[in-house]
Design a protein. Structure first.
Length: 204
């Protein structure tokens, strides 16, 4: 019995020494830098962009670090972020999107907000009372692009003569409520901000 206990103790000691040696032979990789994958970003005033970042390690390897960064903006009156999503807070302008990791590593990239100049509206039959009609719309921007969808930042309203029942990024459903001579449809960009801007369409 005593001999068996001695063997068991020796086996346990050997196992502990072996485990200890293994834990010292797998060094952890250290971060050397982080970087934004996009170096020059443009977004529409009514749009957004998903960005990405890379973590660089001392062994030369890299990994996607987008979910681990603190994302921000150096001018929130121009752009803002929600995680890795950047979007406009003004109709035009330039700012920098920033990333930070553990207050030790950082990077930034310029973002240009492409200004909305006007909106294209499809026709409305003002004499068609009580029947829902689909009005399509798209934006004209300073980079000469047309037919751009309205992803965000637009609030729609109509005067008391009609009702809007549904809105998506390219169209809305409007119903003429009474026999009238005109209806005014309004798209307001950044409705709750100081720099709010309205685009109107009057149907006769």
């Amino acid at each position: 019995m005593k001999f068996t206990k001695t063997l068991t103790s020796l086996a346990l000691l050997t196992l502990l020494i072996s485990c200890g040696e293994n834990t010292t032979t797998s060094p952890l990789k250290d971060i050397t830098a982080i970087s934004l994958d996009e170096t020059n970003v443009s977004i529409y005033a009514t749009g957004e962009a998903s960005l990405h970042s890379t973590v660089h390690y001392d062994d030369g390897s890299t990994a996607d670090g987008s979910a681990d960064m603190a994302w921000g903006s150096d001018d929130s009156s121009i752009i803002a972020t929600r995680s890795a999503l950047v979007y406009a807070t003004a109709n035009g302008g330039d700012a920098n999107v920033t990333i930070d990791y553990a207050s030790k590593y950082s990077d930034s990239a310029p973002v240009h907000v492409i200004k909305l100049l006007s909106i294209n509206f499809s026709d409305l039959n003002i004499s068609d009372v009580g029947n829902p009609q689909i009005i399509s719309f798209s934006g004209n921007f300073e980079n000469n692009e047309t037919n751009v969808t309205m992803q965000r930042n637009i609030t729609w309203s109509v005067d008391e003569n009609a009702t809007i029942s549904e809105v998506n990024t390219t169209a809305l459903t409007l119903t003429v409520d009474d026999n009238v001579t005109s209806i005014k449809l309004t798209a307001t960009l950044f409705k709750n901000a100081e720099n709010a801007q309205s685009f109107e369409k009057v149907y006769n």
